[in-house]
Structure formats: structure tokens, C-alpha cells
Write a protein that binds this ligand. Structure first.
Ligand code: SF4
Ligand code: SF4
Length: 132
């Protein structure tokens, strides 16, 4: 009991172990691998990244009325869900043009709010992707 009281007393003078998030941002680890970035100009639309992604956080979905430029790109549009991504880097490893078409940055995703309706928009994309 004396030990517990001593610990409780000394803890009064220590810094808190918790962070005042989101006022104080969570520090990033040195090895942190974050958001996937996409370079449309370099992409050859091989879809290897989509196939390699374990949770399905990359989807190429056909655009409804592709312009000539989009037709050249097989009418496909790149979509990425940072809230589904587990930051494993498999997509970058699978990409034949790493660091040009696809790379991993140390950015974090924006904090999603309810009005963003992230899930509904993504479910809609998944539905379109299955139908194509
Ligand atoms: S980092 Fe992993 S989870 Fe995220 S998009 Fe690439 S393959 Fe998918
Ligand atoms: S793997 Fe790379 S080149 Fe292929 S579709 Fe994905 S981003 Fe484009």
C-alpha cells in the first residue's frame, strides 16, 4: 500500500502520458509510411496496384462519359480510400513505375467528419466497380 501511495504521489509531478489530441498532434514515427500518392501522368493503367491491395483501398472505376484523353487511359479513374488503407506498401511494390505513378508519402489522412460520408461514397464506387 505504501508503494502505491508513493507512486501516486510521484505521478503528481510527472508529465501526463496522454496527448491532448487533436490540439497536440500525435508525433510520427521515424519509420512511418503513410498515404499513397498517385502520379496520373506516369500511370500505365495496368491495375497491378488494385490487384495487390489487401483491403481493396485502390479502385479503378470506369468513368461514365470518358473524354478522348480518358479513353486513352482505358476510361479508368483512380480512386483511393485512405481510411481503408493499411499502409502496407504492397501497391507500390507491385507498380511497374514506382515513385512515378505510385509512392508512399509520410502524410496522414485528413480527419474524416460525418458529413464527408466517406463510407457511402466508397460503397458506391465498389458497386460500380463490381458492375463494370
Ligand atoms: S498501402 Fe497497402 S492497403 Fe494501402 S493502398 Fe497500398 S496496398 Fe492497399
Ligand atoms: S500499378 Fe502503377 S502503373 Fe499500374 S495502374 Fe497502379 S499506379 Fe498505374
Amino acid at each position: 500500500m505504501f508503494t502505491s501511495l508513493f507512486k501516486a504521489f510521484t505521478n503528481l509531478f510527472k508529465k501526463p502520458q496522454t496527448l491532448d489530441y487533436p490540439v497536440t498532434p500525435i508525433p510520427k514515427d521515424k519509420e512511418y509510411r503513410g498515404l499513397i500518392e498517385y502520379g496520373e501522368e506516369s500511370c500505365i493503367y495496368c491495375l497491378k496496384c488494385e490487384k495487390a491491395c489487401p483491403p481493396g483501398a485502390i479502385l479503378f472505376v470506369k468513368t461514365d462519359n470518358p473524354s478522348q484523353n480518358e479513353k486513352n487511359k482505358k476510361g479508368q479513374e483512380y480512386n483511393y480510400n485512405p481510411y481503408l488503407c493499411i499502409y502496407c506498401g504492397e501497391c507500390v511494390r507491385a507498380c511497374p513505375k514506382p515513385q512515378e505513378a505510385l509512392w508512399q508519402s509520410n502524410k496522414k489522412p485528413d480527419i474524416a467528419v460525418k458529413s464527408d460520408d466517406v463510407n457511402t461514397k466508397w460503397f458506391e464506387l465498389e458497386k460500380r466497380h463490381k458492375e463494370q
